[in-house]
Design a protein around this ligand. Structure first.
Ligand SMILES: Cc1ncc(COP(=O)(O)O)c(C=O)c1O
Length: 367
């Protein structure tokens, strides 16, 4: 019996192979490969799906975060407050922009930032807060927005893991000043290579982002913006994303149903699915099925013995990343640090078979 994979991108491709072959052949024979009609159409369709006014396609999600930070006026030396449990992507983007990182702890139930956890981390130097909709669960953005507004700080959403998530106030990416998306192949809306986008309702910010993503050009060959770079979404990836976007809601529902099965299998013991309480809500899209367990090593070994692949998202809290040296040695984030020892990611992707889900559930039930 073959292992149950954490994810299997090949199945997602196989399901749409004919449509993908058609659109990619059209792009290849069109002679137009960067910033063409597919890109324009994707920007419009994705913005419409989120209920935002502007989408700016870029090369990947890390660029999207960096450009989003620049677009809200962050300048070298400014401070960015973020969570330390979201894979250091914001850290990479902020450091590239010359910004200083500051970390806030997360809520013990959701492992997300809240206004209450962010507030103590704000200082005079804070220019922006980045809130990550971790594992595909929308953070409670409204109180964060209030807090940031009151303190004159910009709020950026990191929606890389939350494509298709819609809460009472609207879709991921429509809730703050600006938002970053990644369309890395494993994401709920995944390209067949690197891709990303920044979305916003602010027309001036959108125009700035368009300049920044293309050399800082205000017009062709006219460089007017500091910190411009080349970060564009190419035609092939845009065409692929346009094929996949209409299927996103259905795929997300399948992911939620898988996590619901895991919740049921774990029952009421000391182990829990971190976002198990959200499986009936479109504000959760099951990007990663993360369980919290007091005995991770033993549970992981039991799953591995049964041929079930697992991973940890993420094992190293940001403030303990080696690249930062001991700059944050005196920063303690008790919830983040404890969670890093207890989280375990289970297989979850829309194309999982019923038999595979049953195999995972059988082991979870016995833990
Ligand atoms: C939360 C989060 N933010 C940002 C990124 C960065 O996106 P990319 O890999 O496209 O640069 C990722 C994933 O890779 C992510 O999971």
């Amino acid at each position: 019996m073959s292992d149950v994979p954490l994810n299997d991108l090949r199945r997602g491709y196989d399901d749409r192979a004919d449509e993908l072959a058609k659109v990619t052949a059209e792009v290849l024979s069109s002679g137009w490969y960067v910033l063409g009609p597919q890109h324009d159409a994707f920007e419009a369709e994705f913005a419409e799906s989120l209920g935002v006014d502007h989408c700016i396609g870029v090369a990947n999600g890390t660029d999207a975060l960096e450009l989003a930070l620049l677009s809200v006026g962050c300048r070298p030396g400014d401070e960015v407050v973020t969570a330390a449990n979201a894979g250091f992507y914001t850290g990479t983007a902020a450091r590239k922009a010359g910004l200083t990182l500051a970390f806030a702890d997360v809520d013990p139930d959701t492992l997300l930032l809240t206004a209450a956890t962010v507030e103590p981390a704000l200082t005079e130097r804070t220019r922006a807060v980045v809130v990550t909709h971790l594992y595909g669960r929308l953070a409670d953005v409204a109180p964060l927005r209030e807090l940031c507004r009151a303190r004159g700080v910009a709020l950026v959403e990191d929606c890389a893991q939350a494509a298709g998530a819609v809460g009472e106030e609207g879709a991921a990416g429509s809730l703050a000043d600006v938002a970053a998306y990644s369309f890395f192949p494993t994401k709920n809306l995944g390209a067949l290579g690197d891709a990303g986008a920044v979305v916003t309702n602010d027309p001036d910010r959108a125009a700035l982002l368009r300049r920044l993503r293309q050399y800082g050009w205000s017009a062709k060959y006219t460089v007017s913006e500091e910190r411009g770079r080349n970060s564009r979404l190419d035609e092939l990836q845009a065409a692929v994303l346009r094929v996949k976007l209409p299927y996103l809601a259905e795929a997300n529902a399948r992911r939620r149903a898988i996590v619901a099965r895991y919740v049921e299998a774990l029952g009421a013991g000391e182990r829990r699915m971190v976002h198990g309480s959200a499986v009936d809500s479109t504000a959760y899209v099951g990007h990663l099925a993360v369980m919290s367990t007091p005995s991770r090593d033993a549970d992981r070994a039991a799953l591995t013995a049964a041929g079930i692949r697992t991973d940890v998202h993420y094992p190293v809290p940001d403030h303990r990343q080696p690249v930062l040296g001991d700059s944050y040695a005196d920063v303690h984030l008790p919830v983040t640090e404890a969670a890093a020892e207890q989280i375990l990611t289970l297989p979850c992707f829309a194309e999982m078979t019923g038999a595979e889900i049953d195999r995972v559930c059988d082991v979870l039930h016995q833990l």
